[in-house]
Design a protein around this ligand. Structure first.
Ligand code: AMP
Length: 403
């Protein structure tokens, strides 16, 4: 392997996010996003980080992912970072669902593509979009190693007691129903970075990671290995999220169908897209919810309380799963920025050794930091996640090993 650059691609159904990193120092050379692919006007935003200068934005028709990647390649070439450069070592792809099969990052070949395809029934929205990105990138640079990094992989270490639902295993196995978990790249990165923040090896610490973005999930990580996580067969289970309900009595679904007369598709949309914070108060952005609370808005206050109550239950549950906890790490948009959420989530948990120092908690920053008092038995940490860097790191390590 001669090159030191890795292109990270995150391909959604109508979007393509990318970052180009130099793995000698993990620096970001360029980043960007193509949105509304296939619509009348697509939008391309490219930030030439290494070259400096402002982001370039353009509204242009981009018919499909192939055209999107070619447009990205052109933007990169303008900065002297063309995808035909020998400096490019590999392309790392985010793939949402790797099922039980993919426990680690994997060099992509035809068999790997076929397996990701076989998982489409359990990830109908995400895997087809991820596959489109993979196919497009392979067509553009067929000679280049391409690596799939799976959102589920970090969670494949969960014991059966945590991964199985309490249903007939024959039915579960026939339909591949089990708790897979998601956001694994983030949970892996943040749990490791938290150990580093504590000055310890990942093997020597137990961490509860709270990834609170628009999607949200918690994980219990013992000695660097995930032993439980809050998302399940799909990302719908667990915490209250921006637009997802999280945990509910499954009988709510029967009730909505039988009594409410809703179709399965309507219920799916309701629970995934019109529930959570948005469903409760009409806003899914925590900044807006806090602003409304400050103005005395009761619906926003109740949404906040329900959100925090669920979070606190998961902290307690994962404390019990782990037995001893060294740190609770907050990450992603809400976790990194919303001090009131962190404060409320650990309020009253002094008996478990958990507390935040109000002064430390109020300080903003983009570096990992501890926000609990020095006297606290368990560190409460804010650890900014970096899924792109993690994908690039895993990709580069694997490609280096194979050459
Ligand atoms: P993510 O999915 O990690 O990009 O997180 C997006 C979410 O983070 C948004 O929907 C907001 O709810 C939340 N968020 C971002 N910035 C802030 C902030 N400064 N304060 C509170 N919440 C924020």
């Amino acid at each position: 392997m001669t090159g030191t650059r890795v292109l990270v691609l995150n391909s959604g159904s109508s979007s393509l996010k990318y970052q180009l990193l130099d793995m000698r120092d993990s620096s970001r050379l360029a980043a960007g996003l193509v949105e509304r692919i296939g619509e009348q006007t697509s939008r391309l935003k490219h930030t030439p980080l290494a070259a400096g200068g402002d982001a370039r934005e353009a509204d242009v028709p981009i018919a499909d992912h192939d055209a999107a990647l070619k447009a990205v390649a052109q933007e990169l070439a303008r900065d002297g970072l063309g995808l035909d450069s020998p400096d490019l070592a590999a392309i790392g792809h985010r793939v949402v669902h790797g099922g039980m099969f993919f426990t680690e990052p994997t060099v992509i070949d035809d068999a790997v593509i076929a397996e990701i395809e076989r998982l489409i029934p359990v990830a109908p929205l995400h895997n087809p979009a991820n596959l489109t990105g993979i196919r497009t990138a392979r067509a553009l640079r067929p000679d280049l190693p391409q690596v799939a990094v799976f959102d589920t992989a970090f969670h494949t270490t969960m014991p059966e007691s945590a991964a199985r639902y309490a249903i007939d295993p024959r039915i579960a196995d026939r339909h591949r129903i089990r708790r897979y978990g998601f956001h694994g790249t983030s949970h892996a990165y943040v749990s490791r970075a938290t150990a580093e923040l504590l000055g310890k090896a990942p093997e020597d610490v137990n961490v509860i990671v709270l990834h609170l973005g628009n999607g949200a999930s918690a994980s219990a990580v013992r000695g660097g290995r995930c032993v439980d996580t809050s998302m399940g067969l799909t990302p719908l289970e667990g915490l209250v999220m921006g637009t997802r309900s999280g945990d509910m009595d499954p009988a709510v679904i029967f009730h909505l169908a039988r009594v409410g007369g809703m179709s399965m598709d309507e219920i799916d949309t309701l629970l995934n897209k019109r529930s959570g914070l948005f469903g409760l108060c009409g806003d899914n952005d925590m900044r807006e919810i806090r602003r409304r609370i400050d103005e005395g808005d009761e619906a926003a206050a109740l949404a906040f309380d329900i959100y925090v109550h669920r979070l606190k239950k998961y902290i307690g549950a994962y404390y019990a799963v782990l037995g001893t906890v060294d740190a609770v790490a907050f990450t992603a948009g809400v976790g990194e920025n919303a001090a009131p959420v962190r404060e409320a989530a650990v309020a009253g948990l002094e008996g478990l050794g958990l507390a935040v120092d109000p002064g430390r908690n109020a300080v903003r920053g983009d570096r990992p930091r501890i926000v609990s008092p020095d006297s606290a038995r368990v560190a409460v940490a804010v650890v900014p996640t970096d899924e792109e860097l993690e994908i690039a790191t895993q990709t580069y390590a694997l490609v280096g090993k194979n050459t």
